[in-house]
Design a protein around this ligand. Sequence first.
Ligand code: AMP
Ligand code: ZN
Length: 468
Amino acid sequence: MKIYNTLNARKEELVPIREGKIGMYVCGPTVYNLIHIGNARPMIVFDTFRRYLEYKGFDVTYVSNFTDVDDKIIKRAIEEESTAREVAEKYIEECKKDMAALNIRPATVAPQATKEIEGMQEMIQTLIDRGYAYVKNGTVYYRTRKFKGYGKLSKKNLDDMQSGHRDIKVTGEEEKEDPADFVLWKPKKEGEPFWTSPWSDGRPGWHIECSVMAKRYLGDTIDIHAGGEDLIFPHHENEIAQSEAANDAPFAHYWMHNAFLNIDGSKMSKSAGNFFTVRDIIAKYDPQVLRFFMLSAHYRSPLNFSDTLMDSAKSGLDRIRNAASNLDYILANPGNRSESAAEGENPEFAVPFIEKFENAMDDDCNTADAIAAVFELVREINSTVTDQSSVAYVKAAKNALETLCSVLGIILEEEKEDLDSEVEALIEERQAARKAKNFQRADEIRSQLDQMGIVLEDTREGVKWHRK
Ligand code: AMP
Ligand code: ZN
């Protein structure tokens, strides 16, 4: 399996540190608001990658954090007349609900920064002891220039950056030894949450959180570190500088970065205000449509959000779901068809499609091509499976479809529940009306169902229905 490694700017064979095992760290959201669909992109693509690794037999430890102490959280707490802790806890819960709706599996460990302060203080102390950090008026800074590999991920050169920095003066900048130095620990301001430390009552910088949580749950060197491409610099570059200076070991062998979800051609972001929350979108669409939409592009390609693309994701997903529900129907009504494959039927027929799917996923997690392979399988199923097909053949079709969709994290069953029973009751009433030759009532019900987006099909086996 090959993945694109930002560190070496090329696709590379994935070779785990320990055979059969993968340790993976994905930077999680800062929890001060409901997550937007841009934040959902890394969650969905890396969850899918994790599922594929597991499908290939790897034992995956997947760590994804919540950043629960941050200026934005504190600001939000003031606005909501609440505390930073309450704000963070509330939005962690809301984020977990959105993740569940999108079928994003919970991480093996989902650490919270505020619960890892001790480890952060230890790493900061190590960096001070090793000469990689210094204290000025209660603030601890990282001595960027001392770390020889600085810039290796983002391909930035400290001297070029320096010339850009020269005229910028921000608060605290004058006490730094060098403008490229960044904060590891900062003193509290009035009313802010804080922890006592040898340097000041204060809180950690953002970058140190991930270095420490990755080390605690995955060790000094991890297989894969992932996140959105906006994190390459400075966040991931700084994580490398901290971790490698403190641990004397390479930090991550592979770095994976997803491209942005855009809207009207620019990055969707909370600060720019051009965002839709996951909640907004799943009020309009089945959450599986959003997941399917995200996977319809390669994770390293920018993806523009639009109703048109969502509608085409919906019809694509419906095509797959209709094929699956037809197979279910045929399996539930076997009649007197044979158990084993009939003449001319090859129960291994799905193998080439599965191989195509795997080849796409092995090529840097190309979900777009993997979905194309699923569509080809659907086409084959639709043109070869009939109500006369043997049980073995139909089962092979269903298993293949189910397996590939579960790697993508796509749930084949639609959200049914209440609507289902309402639809089924109406269909029954329509059947009764037809039996009683009350065609007017039967037509009324058909158009009522039509308005609900339900399509009826009168087949030899009875009435079948699906959503438009
Ligand atoms: P944040 O809450 O801003 O720290 O972001 C959490 C994760 O979402 C990070 O991995 C970001 O890179 C990612 N992210 C934020 N906005 C977008 C976007 N518009 N498209 C793709 N990823 C994004
Ligand atoms: Zn991070």
